[in-house]
Design a protein around this ligand. Sequence first.
Ligand SMILES: Nc1nc2c(ncn2[C@@H]2O[C@H](COP(=O)(O)OP(=O)(O)OP(=O)(O)O)[C@@H](O)[C@H]2O)c(=O)[nH]1
Ligand SMILES: [Mg+2]
Length: 450
Amino acid sequence: MPKHERGEPVDQHGGSHRGAFGEYGGAASGLIERTFREKIVLVGLTTPAATDGDTQRSLDELELLVDTAGADAVARVAQRRIAPEASTYIGTGKATELRELADRVDADTVVFDDELTPAQQFNLEKLLGRTALDRTAVILDIFAQNAHSQEGKAQVELAQLRYRLPRLRGKGSALSQQAGHIGTRGPGETQLEVDRRRIVRRIHKLEGDLRDIARHRATQRKARRRSQLATVAIVGYTNAGKSTLLNRLTDSGVLVEDRLFATLDATTRRLDLPGGEAVLLTDTVGFVRKLPHQLVKAFTSTLDVVAEADLLVHVVDATAPAPEEQIGAVRDVLAEIDAAQLPELLVFNKADVAGPEAKRLAAQHEGAVQVSAATGEGIDVLLRSIGDRLRALTAVVELQIPFDRGDVLASIHRDGEVIAEQVTDAGMKIRARLGDAAVTRLAEWVVASA
Ligand SMILES: Nc1nc2c(ncn2[C@@H]2O[C@H](COP(=O)(O)OP(=O)(O)OP(=O)(O)O)[C@@H](O)[C@H]2O)c(=O)[nH]1
Ligand SMILES: [Mg+2]
């Protein structure tokens, strides 16, 4: 049984004390191990655009998420509907059936595969007589358990508070959120208003802290840019093997676990490519289908490193049940952080287990490679591909530098790759491969671009 260090910050700052998976009491201190695993019923909806198989796969993943969060899925329900029902998501009739099932299997909680509106969640809890949660709450719970750095904790807390704010309601009473109801009128603030204000204040504080971190990061990145090293970001679905790959390539010792969202912070290391050039390689948080937008938004200070990369190395688990779907989900998140346009190198990982499937997948995507981050198979090809892709992204230009500008000459050697040098009457004529920034900076000496 894992230890749950969930110093869930929200509990200290007001609002409902209900953690994602019920009351914790002393467990919030991280000293007391949870002695039971909650029993969960999973509920998924199949809309006309999807198949039953899609829903089952999504529920398989939800089961894994629930398990990662520390609970057991004991039953699942899939329902076909044109669209979610506005007030109860599945409709009252289905909700009654669901309650009977939950009673029968003695479930503590029902988890829905899509984000519920605050009203749906409220109505469902009344109909089901037990806690109703959604996929978002489960993912937030896992993030809360895995956040260790100050930045990670602040980001997760911010996402949680933004998720909880509209769901806040007065203790115990179903009607207390309706202003003007008996018992809520009168001078002074209701407890609910106090809680809400406290949360809003905390949200502003966290936003300010994270803005500071983001600013500090931007300054660091600017310094790196000046060093002209290309930046490569490893992205991919959670558990695809991103951290294993960073470790394989740079001996980083980043935590690797067969667990969802093991990595929440970014780690950057220098990587020397076989062609002699060096790049900065970053491993960061993984993505998942329906990654809560609150999290994506809260994680900007971590994800900026992806949005500003020169190249994305997109790691795909070739043993996953539906790798193409995972690729799509990752690209959806990339679009959300304005990184969809970045050059991407697809890497099908776990080739040691996937066998011919890895090769087949790589063949279906132009320029893709297959590797095993665990055994090292295919890593040489990957390194060459990274070098090739980066070189293709930098321009080859010709520059004419007067003899008295040794400083400019030195900066070309430092920032780019000199292909040819020739002494002419007018000075040094140089053919060099340079990044965008260097080309702009050296524009007055550029005589031709190839
Ligand atoms: N067989 C095999 N297992 C691998 C390979 N690469 C990674 N794994 C395993 O896959 C699991 C996840 O690896 P991680 O490197 O933590 O994956 P990640 O993408 O960083 O995951 P998160 O940080 O949780 O999003 C671990 O159990 C690894 O040992 C591989 O090439 N082959
Ligand atoms: Mg990782």
